[in-house]
Design a protein around this ligand. Sequence first.
Ligand code: AMP
Ligand code: GLY
Length: 427
Amino acid sequence: MSRQNDLVILIIGGGGREHALAMALVASPIVSAVHVSPGNAGTAMIATNHPEIASDVESMTQLAVDLSASLVVVGPEGPLVEGLADLLRSKDIPCFGPDSKNAMLEGSKLVAKNVMKENGVPTADFRIISEKSQIDAALNDFSGNPWVVKRDVLAGGKGVVVTGDREQATNAILDAIEIDGKVLLEAFLPGEEASMLVLMDESGFVCLPASQDHKRLNEGDSGPNTGGMGAYAPAPVVDEEVKSKTIERIVKPMHNYLKSTKIPYRGVLYVGLMIDENNDPYVVEYNVRFGDPECQITLPLIDSDLASHLLAVAEGRLEDEQISFLDCHCLTVVLAAKGYPFSPEKGGFISLPSSREGKSQDELAAWVNHAGTSLQGGQLIATGGRVLSATGMGRNLKQAAQAAYRLMEGIKLAESQYRLDIGWRAL
Ligand code: AMP
Ligand code: GLY
């Protein structure tokens, strides 16, 4: 379907992921306006922010109605689990993001595990524990490796404890049973992690270039878990063999399942992979949204029109889209406030160098993805744990890393931190 430049798009969210979405969507020839709620200082520079809108799904839907939005793109998982896509579709507003039932693939680890089991998707064996008396036998079942304890709630990556210490594992299980009534104990999967973002609707699916993020705070992938301190794509660990195994064993069975649910899945399925020493992929987790910061380094690799693709998914006609990719590499380094991830210091002044935006194959390109930033009286202020990221693009990963770090060196924020080794596994 060819369109005029008349699309009005509303993006829900206010992090680095949503700034990356806004950057790609404002560049589309078929888009006339991009709105973001709540947005951040980066989205304010290129689109219209709506920070005044409450974060309940009714208020967001009303905003979409008021704006006569042609498409709503939902960044975070929370509103999807709460039924934003269902409400928008009841008003005939196309939504990129699945309905609340399918969003439970991320909302409940147990739902995700059961769907994998029913569809033969490779993942770690697991036990559900709801009684104190079951703990010892379950721990014995998975002894010899670290134990993986997972709360069955939306916990933003903070609901998982991986430990080789039996007492610590026991305490994590006891705590979770007390709060949630039950908990998952999973077999430990050895290997290397990667993320595969898959655009999906009932008509088809398209795998975007695989990426790898760095979830730990410190260099060498050590220290506490965070939302992600940097990422790069394509990730060489997902070579042609791993990619075709992932498609055959994971993506196709999931697509067959998700296209036949009562409301077919329309959005992006984030497949968190563990790849073992035999190059066999296993699912660690599903998310029902773009990863953050994976989104920031995946979207720039798409050469074709993102707005057209996301609208097609929201309308269930992805199979008609031609999606092409640049033969480039992209890497982003997150600048976090001091104290992140536990108690980030907010309110610091940020100064940015002039950055060049673009994705030429012949020159080093770098740009800033805003995350926790706001403009107050003309001054850029840090308002979140992950403040921004410096993203670089190049013909190879080394060039992309050089571009990102060169940009980062020019960014000033007192009391901040960033990792110097993003991409180390591939470099
Ligand atoms: P999740 O929220 O399920 O993605 O888990 C958070 C992190 O814990 C993952 O990114 C992995 O690093 C680690 N993890 C989760 N499950 C396993 C597992 N079964 N084996 C090894 N590591 C795991
Ligand atoms: N970067 C991991 C995530 O978005 O869940």
